[in-house]
Design a binder for this molecule. Sequence first.
Ligand SMILES: C[S@@+](CC[C@H](N)C(=O)[O-])C[C@H]1O[C@@H](n2cnc3c(N)ncnc32)[C@H](O)[C@@H]1O
Length: 522
Amino acid sequence: MEHCVKSNVNSTKLREIGNQYYAKREFFEAILKYNKSLCYAENESENAALAYANRSAVYFEMKKFEKCMKNIELARAHNYPKKNFEILKKREEKCFELMKNLKITKSDNDEVNFFKLSHEGHKNVSTFSKYLELKYDKKYGRHIVTNKDLAVGDIIAIDESFSTALQKEFVYQRCGNCLKSNQLDLIPCFGCNQAMFCNENCKQNANENFHQYECSIMNLITSSILNSNMRMALRNFIIAISLFDDSIENLKRFFEINSTSCTIFDFKTELNVKQKLLAVNSLIFDDTIEVNDLVFDEIFLTTDKLKEMWKSHKDFIRKFLRKHTQIASMNFHEIYGWPLKIGGLIDPDVEKFQKSLAYQRGVVPYANGSFPFCALLNHSCAPNVCKIFIDNKIVMIVQRKIEAGMQLFDNYGYGFTNIPREYRQAELFKQYRFKCNCIACINDFGLLPSLKICDKKTFMVAKKTCSELSSLNQKKAKQKIKELSEIIQNQSKNFPSLEICSLMESFNACLEIVMKPEILFP
Ligand SMILES: C[S@@+](CC[C@H](N)C(=O)[O-])C[C@H]1O[C@@H](n2cnc3c(N)ncnc32)[C@H](O)[C@@H]1O
């Protein structure tokens, strides 16, 4: 297991490996090594400055002149050796010169404004539509229905996480607080070698909310002893005690005073973090899900701050961690996004594309998160809503007409178009403990290639749409989303025909294209 203490020896080695990548013009790998080198650099040593300076060289080659200059400044601010100042000065002058001649083409891709709620917000919590209601029945438990017809393309929720945690492979690629990649332009934690942030603000927030506890045990946290559910449980516990000024007594009292079965629908004011904690703590779980408690013992006995708490409140902490691991397994989400390096894009081959899943379109999971609204949606193998991730938010979008009174169904990763029924049902039962009897399961819809064509003209549109996907930019993808919404909405009676299901896949692919980062590393 790697230690999380700083080490100039390791920092230098990592920078040298970065230099080899830089020489081969493998810029993504080079910056990753420089980032790691930055994290290992001892405070006040020139290693940090050298990593910033080398990162500026990569941004220069990539023609990212503003980032280049920012990294030059950072290098100077971190003890860059005076004898080499001339190199930076020359690079900076070249930047100025080249920027003067560069026509700045501001991107019009504003995904935050594109993905806005389609209706007024709910009367209590404005992050989801006012037409949504929470219901309960024996078969589905809690679930969400609409009291008004919803149309394809309607954005019905923008759910903000209570907590997120980067997967360990991404700690040098994304901000440990807000999850943004910032084109790898990240700053290191002062204390450990395994956390980076996109700016000082995020660094401070992370330290106030969780990192002050995690910093000295990042090596344990990112080792393989914690699975992603346990990782989220630990993060939730740390956020929870930080919210109560590190007092377990106060946290206990908070849970005692407040109901343990509330949801995001119960709050009368705009959500605050403590309310989100209550909502997440009230999510459904199954106590028979196995949790290896011994791992938590090991983690809590490793640092003095946690050890004290563990000694005096072991039972409460164990119970919290156990419950949140079980909640995570049944409710939390993997957060998907585009990899930062070109590759794994949409396969232009129509046949292959028709069988695709999100990961075949190119997006990959890089973090996990707890989302108090989305965790109330039940599963269908033929869902009527889909979701995309904007950093630490989930945007929920209608992908099939939903009439008033009907339930909203998400998909837990097992769609009927590409996974056989028996496999879906077995996996859903194993993880989520229910037997799926959605319309696709009851009617055994069959995989996409076996579906029938209902309308030849629309089938031709679906085929053409598939073949165009790989050439769509963000602007065109936005137009396409509108076009496809209308067709899917108008032809909803033909669901599940080959053409409608294929159009729905294309609709999803277009949503992903809108989220594609503007600059990918070559
Ligand atoms: C994310 S939660 C959804 C909200 C949940 N129904 C509740 O009461 O809080 C996931 C759990 O809901 C239940 N569930 C989800 N989809 C279902 C379905 N199609 N039929 C029956 N139960 C389902 C399962 O217990 C599953 O573990």
